[in-house]
Design a binder for this molecule. Structure first.
Ligand SMILES: [Zn+2]
Length: 66
């Protein structure tokens, strides 16, 4: 199975090693960053916003499909 190259929704780098999350995907590196983040980390807020966008898009497409 060939992995397709996708664009990470967070850092926008192209990657083959990604995880699918909702309707988007994030690269391994960003996934690791999120896992390593603590709640008081300023970066955490930024990731939160990005993930919220993904979540919103997911809900919109979910509603459109029903
Ligand atoms: Zn990334």
């Amino acid at each position: 199975m060939t992995k397709e190259v996708v664009r990470c929704n967070i850092c926008e780098n192209e990657t083959r090693n990604h995880i699918d999350i909702l309707n988007g995907c994030i690269c391994e590196k960003c996934e690791q960053n999120i896992v390593d983040l603590s709640y008081d980390d300023k970066k955490y807020e930024g990731y939160n916003i990005l993930l919220k966008d993904l979540w919103k898009n997911f809900l919109i497409s979910y509603e459109e499909g029903h």
